[in-house]
Write a protein of this length. Sequence first.
Length: 331
Amino acid sequence: MNRSYPNTRLRRTRANGWSRAMVRENLLTPLDLIWPLFVTDGKGVEDPVSSLPGVSRWSVDGIAARAKEAVELGIPCIALFPNTQEALRTDDGVEAHNPDNLMCRAIRAVKDACGEDIGVLTDVALDPYTTHGQDGLVNDAGYVVNDDTVAMLVDQAINQAEAGADIIAPSDMMDGRVRAIRMALEMGGHHNVQIMAYAAKFASAFYGPFRDAVGSGDRLVGDKKTYQMDPANGDEALAEVALDIAEGADSVMVKPGLAYLDIIYRVKQRFEVPVYAYQVSGEYALIEAGAAAGAGDRDALLMEKLISFKRAGCSGVLTYHAPIAARLLHG
Ligand code: PBG
């Protein structure tokens, strides 16, 4: 194509709102949103997360109410994260296997309230259940061991599937966990339970407010660099995605979102699977703080960030802004 001025004036199609709408290449709808929710004990509890203004931990009844709200807003899926009470946290995180733990109670409450009207995605990793805040079992040298952790994660995933989870989302970054979970789901008769692998999850500084929300931040000993990826690496992210797909992932996630749009784009070019971004807690907090400090209009900032994920190739985005974005989209 040999375009030149004045035959081509790219401003022509930008001159009117109707025309801009006609040539718009990407669309964000509430169907693109997955809403992460934090669960806490009690009844009728709403406990605000101070580092995430506008986000709260809800007791199980409140989670069911949020799920109904999501259905009304046209959001197809919620993601659940428990803030496990102190007394139930152990070195091995075995509370993750309790069929009556906070996560399982929340799953059942959402299914009772909404049935098939909404998908429930559950995080698989031990950090909300361990005393040390690591995602797996830690040996005497302080190293998070791989294969024994995978065995724990398999039981955690099956526990969630039996409670009614629709999408199992391993966020732990252990090697081989997708295959192990897939095999256990198949053997357990959970043929239609999906796996959305946190395939390319980076050791990021953007997870701080999340760790506050689930209560693992102050506990965390060391960092997660021996299992989460180095932010400097792109090719390695493709290797992670390839393995997770081969092991049985139905969809993959890139996390965090905005600083990793190149990874999303490369994954989407290379593989024929749905790709999701997790716009993580620190990203949410930055938009809120920036807007509060006068850096821009909050709603405009968040919508611009969300459309960038669609443009990069995402099928959807996990975002704490989901209900706000859905309301804006409904006008
Ligand atoms: C747990 C997990 C984390 C997040 C999602 N699942 C934190 C971590 O890996 O330390 C972060 C999400 C967010 O920051 O919003 N494995």
